[in-house]
Ligand binder design. Structure first.
Ligand code: HAM
Length: 530
């Protein structure tokens, strides 16, 4: 039986590699068959797959490079495309999968294989990129001493229904659950974070530095980098009043960009403070209750015609002369200009100057620029606000954040100073693609294990268990396959070793190990195998 299986294997090698010869080649020798040259060694060196390893499958099949989706596309036209094409391309070289014949005579119509509009699938080749990105998010958060949190994607609707006219509220995925409760899929993490902080009460030791990575849902018009679900990395600090916290957050984001190979030439931050607007509004005696709503309108300044902005501000009892004052203040691009307008005593001026000095200390000053037009569209910000943008101006905001010292009181709690940012997973990948910085992340396993004799399978399984216990990733060939198939598989998964057990080897409590980098093949006792 053993001789027969080895002979089979040898035959397979010969069939695969016509003309291959080796001194030890012999039809009944397993060893000789392994000694044949494999062209894929050179083309497929094993790349260690550390969680943060860099990689080409993905460079050609990104989950972020889906064509812009429009409301008019059909389900099939709105295919995210790249992954489907990639799968087709992959399947042309892939191994045949067994066909399962259904007993029924009538075939069901194919379901729509696309995910809901504006959402994404993450098949493995795209999941690898997501994991790579999230590992960087986590690692940067760890470097800054932040702890991870999460919350349910489904929350009470009231957590998100603020009344300041924010776009995000109109984009809620909200509905009655089966118990008649109004619920919503979270459009952002901040309200859930605030809820958890509130639930901890006085037991929470401050400052609390928390980070989260979670899926958020917004019923948006989908464009490049904006979709109906996205993942957001958030870092937030509760309990620190000064801009030291904002400076730390900005430094964390720059650390992240730098790890990915982006520089201050690629990305910049526009930084301002809502206290600037507060000062200006104070001059026109506009009541503080209108502040959040005014900020939300002012944030739309680039999107709406001036008349529309004036109309919306008028509806908030902002007089025309105040509108002019606000719009003028928003054109400021220098801190000295801001100081001229508001005076050196203004909180906005003082804090922004301090923030830029702190940024200098971190060595990140060249990433930042003061820009009074940054207001941000969320109602809860009260102080410093910032957004990162690509310097070529092709993409939407890469991330954004700011100080929100009053959010807890809107939930009935005691105010606690807080600031943070949200960083989406879509725009950053678009940017990496633009800059040729996408990593190459192949699927890699350490060992492929195969038996030539089904009677040896229990022993093969014990070898697999032993290797896995030692931390090696093992792809076990689960069915009886031809060696041609096995070699394709080895190539596909970039294995560093092929381990084969036939009845001859089993009789000796050994396996044949082919090192796919050196092409050396050895007989190794199972007890010595590592
Ligand atoms: P945001 O500006 O609404 O802020 O979102 C933050 C980031 O999430 C954006 O800069 C973008 O990267 C990403 N993002 C938002 N919407 C989408 C979308 N539809 N598709 C893809 N990516 C998107 C917030 O959410 C605040 N809660 C951030 C924060 C945390 N502020 C303080 N702490």
């Amino acid at each position: 039986m053993g001789m027969a299986s080895n002979a089979r294997l040898a035959d397979s090698f010969r069939a695969l590699l016509p003309g291959a010869s080796h001194p030890s080649a012999s039809p009944s020798s397993f060893q000789c068959s392994f000694a044949a040259p494999f062209s894929f060694y050179a083309s497929n060196p094993r790349i260690p797959q550390s969680s943060l390893a860099s990689s080409s499958h993905l460079a050609t099949t990104p989950w972020f490079s889906h064509p812009i989706l429009t409301e008019t596309t059909t389900p099939h036209q709105r295919s995210f495309g790249s992954s489907i094409r990639a799968e087709k391309a992959a399947s042309s070289t892939a191994l045949k999968t067994p066909s399962v014949s259904a007993p029924s005579s009538k075939k069901q119509a194919l379901i729509d294989t696309q995910p809901p509009r504006g959402t994404r699938d993450f098949p493995p080749e795209e999941m690898r990129l997501r994991t790579w990105l999230f590992n960087h998010f986590r690692e940067v958060s760890r470097l800054f001493g932040f702890e991870e949190f999460d919350a349910p994607v489904l929350e009470s609707e009231e957590l998100f229904t603020r009344k300041a006219g924010e776009e995000i509220v109109g984009q809620l995925y909200n509905f009655d659950d089966k118990g008649g409760r109004r619920v919503a899929l979270r459009p952002e993490l901040t309200p859930s974070l605030a809820r958890i902080i509130l639930s901890k009460g006085k037991g929470l030791s401050l400052p609390a530095k928390w980070f989260g990575i979670g899926q958020c849902w917004r019923y948006e018009r989908t464009t490049r980098g904006r979709r109906r679900e996205h993942y957001q990395w958030n870092m937030d600090v509760f309990g620190v009043q000064g801009v030291e916290a904002e400076a730390e957050l900005l430094s964390a984001i720059v650390t992240f960009f730098s790890r990915l190979g982006l520089t201050a030439k690629d990305v910049g931050f526009r930084v301002s403070s809502r206290k600037l607007l507060q000062d200006v509004l104070g001059r026109y005696s506009i009541p503080s209750e209108s502040f959040a709503s005014v900020c939300v309108v002012v944030d739309k300044i680039d999107k709406l015609p001036r008349e529309e902005i004036e109309k919306e501000l008028g509806a908030l009892s902002v007089p025309p002369e105040a509108v002019t004052g606000i719009l003028q203040a928003l054109t400021l691009k220098s801190l000295s200009g801001l100081e001229d307008l508001l005076g050196a005593d203004s909180d906005a001026v003082r804090e922004l100057k301090q923030l830029f000095a702190l940024a200098d200390g971190y060595g990140i000053a060249d990433w930042l620029q003061f820009d009074a037009s940054v207001v941000r569209g969320l109602a809860y910000y009260t102080g410093v606000v910032f957004e990162a943008f690509d310097r070529e101006g092709k993409l939407r905001a890469i991330c954004g954040g700011g100080r929100y010292d009053k959010l807890l009181s809107t939930f009935g709690g005691d105010d606690t100073p807080a600031c943070g940012f949200g960083f989406g997973d879509a725009v950053i990948v678009e940017l990496l693609k633009e800059r040729g910085l996408l990593p190459d992340l192949p699927h890699v396993v350490d060992d492929v294990l195969v038996t030539l004799d089904e009677e040896c399978r229990p022993m093969l399984n014990s070898v697999a268990a032993k290797l896995r216990a030692a931390g090696r990733s093992v792809e076990l060939v689960l069915e009886s396959k031809k060696m041609k198939w096995v070699f394709k598989r080895v190539e596909q998964v970039g294995a560093s070793r092929l381990i084969v057990i036939g009845s001859d080897e089993a009789a000796q409590e050994a396996v044949k190990v082919k090192d796919l980098a050196t092409r050396e093949e050895t007989l190794v006792m199972i007890k010595d195998l590592v």
